[in-house]
Design a protein around this ligand. Structure first.
Ligand code: AMP
Ligand code: GLY
Length: 429
């Protein structure tokens, strides 16, 4: 199949890597394309310098190369309606319409849909001025949870005990494009990411994963796009996935269909397992990064079959998904200064040495090529080092051995990805 993947990150590299694995193992012979892609993706796909946010250009490219499936990876093109343009050109596309992607693009819209579908989530106030903001902060009390209403690449949320800091962030959101800010009840308990593949009516869950959003060990420091992930979650209650599909994903998909904006693609359900039960922290309209790197490493069913079935609306006919028994750990290598800033242009070496290790592969995110063709850093989250191992301890050891082989001046990473899970220290209140 000719497949075009839209995006530039490690998530898109993970998707291309999985599709390429189908080629290598001989179960398929795909011709892979990506736009705009990155130097890692270029190892398995032909890159096209097309703006991911330009729906007409993406649809034109898809037609020109004869794509039989287009996969839109990131949220910004989805919210901008790029999947609609491709669908309008008659090409199957994996990813929701712009209308359906509002589940991620607007926190207040997501809350409205959750309310209509009876989905358990944090209580929230949508505020449009500072008086409302202050009243909402005081109504919920500390810890304060203050969210920008629009897309913010994982950085629009502040969770703090400091009322003044909560107010400053809230005021900044009010001054922003939407003029709205969402203040929420604080959810205690561990977080889980569950990706649900949807075709507008049917929901097929993948395996749950956990992400590490704060920049530093022990969840210290500011939120980032995600510093690491792992799966499986041995500590999660049995029945969690069935519960989330029955009480959250399926009612949401049904509500979106009822509204005439069916959801297809990945409904990313971000959960907190709180003392009062399972609650939605957020919905996203695409695969999560870096959880995808770990989840897809374990998927034994060909990813192309799953995505094509979702795009064509026949997920109900798909065989039950098959999973590799290993554990998978992903560690993100970030550039100096991330997330406040991101140093670029430094040489990256050691990727090949890391990939020699059994079970280890390295996915590119913020990488580029120098004028002389050498690999350099070009963003905040630079690489994802992914390892499969017999259990979490083994996968962790392999992932960190891989990280140790990579050289990038000033780079940093968390050293505690999956550590608490390995030690059996994650508890559900
Ligand atoms: P979001 O962009 O909504 O995913 O929020 C980013 C991160 O902020 C989440 O992954 C949580 O770690 C944290 N967060 C968001 N909402 C809440 C909440 N209501 N209670 C506690 N933490 C939250
Ligand atoms: N892993 C967090 C995200 O993709 O939003």
């Amino acid at each position: 199949m000719k497949i075009l993947v839209i995006g530039t990150g490690a998530r898109e590299h993970a998707i291309v890597h999985s599709l390429d694995r189908e080629n290598v193992s001989g179960v398929a012979s795909h011709e892979l394309h990506a736009a705009p892609g990155n130097p890692g993706i270029a190892g398995a796909a032909t890159l096209h310098p097309v703006d991911a946010l330009d729906g007409a250009a993406v649809a034109e490219l898809a037609q020109r190369i004869g794509a039989e499936l287009v996969v839109v990876g990131p949220e910004a093109p989805l919210v901008a309606g790029v999947a609609d343009s491709v669908r309008a050109a008659g090409i199957p596309v994996f990813g929701p319409s712009g209308e359906a992607a509002r589940l991620e693009g607007s926190k207040s819209f997501a809350k409205e849909v959750m309310a209509a579908a009876g989905v358990p989530t944090a209580m929230a106030h949508v505020c449009t001025d500072v008086d409302e903001l202050e009243a909402a902060l005081d109504a919920f009390g500390a810890p304060y949870v203050v969210k920008d209403d629009g897309l913010a690449a994982g950085k629009g949320v502040v969770v703090t005990d400091d009322r003044a800091a909560a107010l400053v962030h809230g005021a900044a959101c009010l001054a922003g494009e939407n003029g709205r800010v969402v203040v929420e009840e604080y959810l205690d308990g561990p977080e889980v990411s569950l990706f649900c593949v949807c075709d507008g009516t049917t929901v097929v869950p993948l395996v749950p994963a956990q992400d590490f959003k704060r920049v530093g060990n022990d969840d210290e420091g500011p939120n980032t796009g995600g510093m690491g992930a792992y799966t499986p979650l041995d500590w999660a209650p049995s029945g969690l996935v069935d519960e989330v599909v029955a009480r959250i994903a399926q009612p949401t998909v049904d509500e979106m269909a009822r509204r005439g904006t069916p959801f297809s693609g990945v409904l990313y359900v971000g959960l907190a397992l709180t003392s009062r039960g399972t609650r939605v922290v957020e919905f996203n309209a695409r695969f999560g990064d870096p959880e995808t790197q770990s989840v897809l490493a374990r998927l034994a069913t060909p990813l192309s079959d799953v995505m094509l079935a979702a795009a064509r609306g026949n997920l109900g006919e798909l065989e039950p998904l098959r999973w590799r028994p290993e554990a998978s750990v992903t560690v993100v290598v970030a550039s100096e200064g991330y997330p406040a800033s991101a140093r670029s242009g430094d040489p990256i070496t050691g990727i090949e040495d890391a990939q020699i290790l059994a079970g280890v592969h390295v996915l590119h995110a913020g990488t580029g090529l120098s004028e002389t063709g050498d690999l350099i850093s070009a963003g905040g989250r630079v690489l994802s080092v992914v390892a499969l191992g017999t259990d979490l301890a083994d996968a962790r050891a392999r992932a960190y051995e891989g990280v140790a082989r990579i050289e990038l001046k000033g780079s940093h990473h968390r050293t505690d990805i999956a550590l608490k899970a390995e030690r059996g220290e994650v508890t559900v209140p």
